[in-house]
Design a protein around this ligand. Structure first.
Ligand code: ADP
Ligand code: ADP
Length: 225
C-alpha cells in the first residue's frame, strides 16, 4: 500500500517541554519498495514509524493510506487498520515465552478474531519459506537468535500485511544473519504485495533499500539510490 505524509509535525508537548520531534515532513512511500529510516538516537525515527503505521496521530498534518486520509480515523478504525494491514517486526522480537512457535505465529489471527483455517495455507508456506517447520512446537528459549527472528517474521506475515514496519530488525543479529534477513525481505517483497519500512542504526541496510529517509536535527532528507 502507499502512504503519504503531508506537512506532518509531531510534538509530545507536556508541562515540561513543547519541543517538536518531527517538523513539517512530506514523504510518499510507494507500494513494493523498501525504505530505510536512519538518524541519531532520539531524532524521531520511532515516532515517524508509529505515525506511518497508524499507531500515533501526528499533532499536525495529514496521513493518507492509499489516498484515504487516516488522520481523522477513530480509534476503532485505526485498530482495524493495524490488525488487518500493518505488520510489525521488533528488535527484541516480542515473542511470547509461554506460547509455542505455532501459537506465537497464530496470535495476530486470534487477536483479530479471524478464522484460522483460512490461513492454513499461508501458515504452511511461511513455515517452509522460513525453515522453522521443525520448531513448530518449540518454545522461544529453545531457538537461536536467527530462528527467533524468523518466527517474528512469520507472525508478521501471517495476516498478509500491506505494509511492514520493522524497528531495528537486525539489532541483535550477526552479519551472517543480517545478510539472510535482507535477502528474505527482498524475496518477501516479490511475493507479497507490501511496502517495507525499516528503522535502523545499521547504515549497511541502506544499500539494499530503494530509498533512505535520513532524519537529522529538525531536518529530513530523502536520498534516492
Ligand atoms: P528515535 O526512534 O529516533 O530514537 P523517538 O521517536 O523514539 O526517536 O523519540 C524522539 C523524541 O521524542 C525523543 O526526544 C524522545 O524522548 C521523545 N519521545 C518519544 N516518545 C515519547 C513519548 N511517548 N512521550 C514523550 N516524549 C517522547
Ligand atoms: P544460530 O547460529 O542461528 O545463532 P545457535 O548456535 O544459537 O544458532 O543454535 C544452534 C541450534 O541449537 C539451533 O538449531 C537451535 O534450535 C538449537 N538451540 C539453541 N539454543 C537452544 C536451547 N536452549 N534449547 C534447545 N535447542 C537450542
Amino acid at each position: 500500500m502507499s502512504i503519504k505524509l503531508e506537512n506532518v509535525s509531531h510534538s509530545y508537548a507536556n508541562e515540561f517541554t513543547k519541543e517538536m520531534v518531527l517538523s513539517n515532513i512530506n514523504i510518499e512511500l510507494e507500494n513494493g519498495k523498501i525504505y530505510c529510516v536512519v538518524g541519531p538516537s532520539g531524532s524521531g525515527k520511532s515516532t515517524l514509524l508509529n505515525i506511518i503505521g497508524g499507531l500515533l496521530h501526528p499533532t499536525e498534518g495529514q496521513v493518507f493510506i492509499d489516498s484515504e486520509e487516516i488522520t481523522n480515523f477513530s480509534q476503532k478504525q485505526l485498530a482495524d487498520l493495524r490488525l488487518n494491514k500493518v505488520g510489525y517486526i521488533f528488535q527484541n522480537y516480542n515473542l511470547i515465552p509461554f506460547l509455542t512457535v505455532k501459537d506465537n505465529i497464530l496470535l495476530p489471527l486470534r487477536i483479530a478474531k479471524k478464522n484460522i483455517s483460512e490461513y492454513k495455507e499461508n501458515y504452511e508456506a511461511l513455515m517452509k519459506r522460513l525453515q522453522i517447520k521443525d520448531k513448530e512446537n518449540a518454545y522461544v528459549y529453545q531457538l537461536s537468535g536467527g530462528q527467533q527472528q524468523r518466527v517474528a517474521i512469520a507472525r508478521c506475515l501471517i495476516i498478509r500485511p500491506e505494509i511492514i514496519l520493522a524497528d531495528e530488525p537486525t539489532g541483535n543479529l550477526d552479519s551472517e544473519n543480517t545478510k539472510k534477513f535482507i535477502s528474505l525481505v527482498q524475496s518477501i517483497l516479490k511475493d507479497f504485495n507490501t511496502t517495507f519500512v525499516i528503522v535502523t542504526h545499521d547504515e549497511r541496510l541502506c544499500d539494499y533499500c530503494n530509498q533512505t529517509i535520513r532524519i537529522g536535527d529538525r531536518s529530513i532528507e530523502i536520498l534516492k539510490k
